[in-house]
Design a protein around this ligand. Sequence first.
Ligand code: NAP
Ligand code: HSE
Length: 437
Amino acid sequence: MQKLPLKIGLLGLGTVGSGVVKILQDNQESISIKVGRGVEVVKALVRNPDLPRAVNCDSFTLTTDARDIIDDPEIDIVVEVMGSIEPARSYIIESLKSGKNVVTANKDLLALHGRELLDAAKEAGKDLLFEASVAGGIPIVAALKHSLAGNQIKQLAGIINGTTNYILTAMADQGRDYADVLKEAQDLGYAEADPSSDVDGLDAARKLAILASIAFGSRVTIHDVFTEGISKISKVDLAYARELDCSVKLLALAQEDEERIEVRVHPAFIPNSHPLSSVKGVFNAVYVVGDAVGETMFYGRGAGSLPTGSAVVSDLMQVAHNLETYANGSLNCTCYRQLEIKPVSEFKSAYYVRLNVKDEPRVLASLAHMFAEAGISFASIIQKPKPGQEAEIVLVTHPCQEGQLQQAVEYLKVYSKVLDICNIIRVEGGQSWSGRD
Ligand code: NAP
Ligand code: HSE
């Protein structure tokens, strides 16, 4: 007897929801063969049903009442692609309680309430899958949960925000202005509803919290992640990066060190010889080092309708497979311990320090003395004359602890020949996290 199609209720029909509908429509035949039955969207929740939609909605109902989906006994799987914390959190919990499996792309929610949601799924004996919440179309959650499960993960380093990578690439390669490129990223559906989440690093921090929780088997939340955005990166810094044979990226780094987890998101210079430097535009990449597998890198589109929809649909198909084998709820939270979070003062990086100084004898020697007092040595120095007997100096340090750098900055602040501390940016991809220490 032919099985009835699986019925899907979408909470949201924006960029991602439309991608899900399009993939299910375009690949209907192959998906139903792989799953063993049809997969049909039957209802979609929206705020405004009169808005034009990117996909043909003739085959399903638009509703503005979430209860139409959560309470519909015919619906097997709820796909939450509406975003934000509430009401999405309540809708997911209510859907699980009403016996539905759930697929979500909502990193804001998982990075804050992951434990609560996964506990609710466990209690209900249902799946809560979230591949699309990290790095768009890259199957990194499945890779960490399944493919690399036999490893002790040592480090993760990623470019996991498409919008900021799109902006930094266009500024560096085409000399374009920040605001102009951000607008383009918004028009292309890459940016969050509030794009400050992207540019301030919060979106990447949320994704890193999710990845680190899985990689290290220990719950990490957004509050644990040290976060800096890209707003301080200027065209001058990008020009120096080029001169130093580096690229500037918003990096997300996580590593386990003596039973503590270090988690941070910030802009960084990385050498052009490192594989992550070639990740451009909206592309994302996650570099993972496992004790058995060694170095691996996962690469793909980190945002956008179809790449993200691809991840949602793969989760839908996993739920369908679990329904067939009565295995729903079999793999939820993978955290099995609770490790401490390493304090910022103990982070180790090299630094790019750009200063405006008086162009006078002994200034460079004094700078070297101050950094030496803080226990920091220089890897390279660039000096350029400026009008009015001033000079711009760029110091690149060898790796040191954040606390040492802060000590050197205190010395700089009180040295009268330093006119301006223009920028300080970490330099990564060398010995501090490449696994080559
Ligand atoms: P979006 O384009 O803004 O779409 C949101 C959809 O949800 C819209 O259809 C909206 O209805 C509906 N909605 C929002 N709040 C609602 C409410 N209170 N009641 C009823 N409907 C509501 O967002 P998106 O870019 O698709 O992102 C969706 C989720 O996926 C977010 O969690 C986001 O972080 C995540 N994500 C996005 C991407 C990406 O590339 N965009 C990638 C990965 C993950 P209307 O259409 O009527 O306004
Ligand atoms: N705004 C996010 C980004 C969408 O730019 O990466 C994908 O999560």
